[in-house]
Design a protein around this ligand. Sequence first.
Ligand code: PTJ
Length: 260
Amino acid sequence: MHWDIPRSHPRYESLVVREKLVEAFIDGIVVPQGLIAHGRGEAFDYILGERSHPFALVAEETTVASMLLARKPVISVNGNYAALAAREIVELAKLTGALVEVNLFYRTEERVAKIARLLEREGAQNVLGVGCEKAQIEGLESPRGIVCRDGIYTADFILVAIEDGDRTQALRKAGKMVAAIDLNPFSRTAQTAHITIVDEARRATKNMIEIALKLGEAKRSKLEEIVKNYDNRKVLAEAFKTIMMRLSEATEKGVIMEIP
Ligand code: PTJ
């Protein structure tokens, strides 16, 4: 199933992304529930104006600094994140020295292998998930809590995206530092992560690549300074304020765009 989206369509980019997800669903990368999750993300992105706000950029910078400082950083990849940003994930991992692990909510070994292959086609080496020694994250009943012993299980810093709240909480309880990309600041993931990136997953990952290129040569003390000054409550509060401001502007004016 493939639809040609006319370039002139005012929502061209958004429709192309939907097409990409539908194709990934047909290929068995994304689960049907992932399409529903995407719709929720789109709604928040629409309200936020589909751009990276300063509060997101601060969280993204802190995530990159934390990854560069970490003993073993891991980027946890699920179906949606892989479908949207496989190339960017691989690039970010290379720049920060992070491992890439496929970790799924709706886990089947077949999907793990498919997503690993997709990442490998984009240049990833040693993607964790298939054939690794398995371990169980406490608090997440099997098979949702299955991770690689040499990956997430022994990691000190984990970046998750478009993730279920339960998992973020369990990872945090397991003593990991967690950064989460989630457009919905109300979600359990957003509320429980140490660093919450309220931004669209691909846009956020692209921003982090730019930041990693700048911070790659930075001294440890500068990275530590960035992490020390970070305040996640403030970042979440800014995200809520931005939503409120955009909504209150809309409630005053009623009309938010000029229709010819
Ligand atoms: O591939 P699997 O098996 O691991 O399953 C993945 C899904 C997405 C189905 C699973 O993790 C899930 O059910 O997630 P939730 O609980 O629906 O949460 C997804 C969160 O991500 C929601 O808060 C959405 O608003 C948000 N979101 C959706 N799309 C994006 C997003 N955030 C950032 N960028 C997006 N593109």
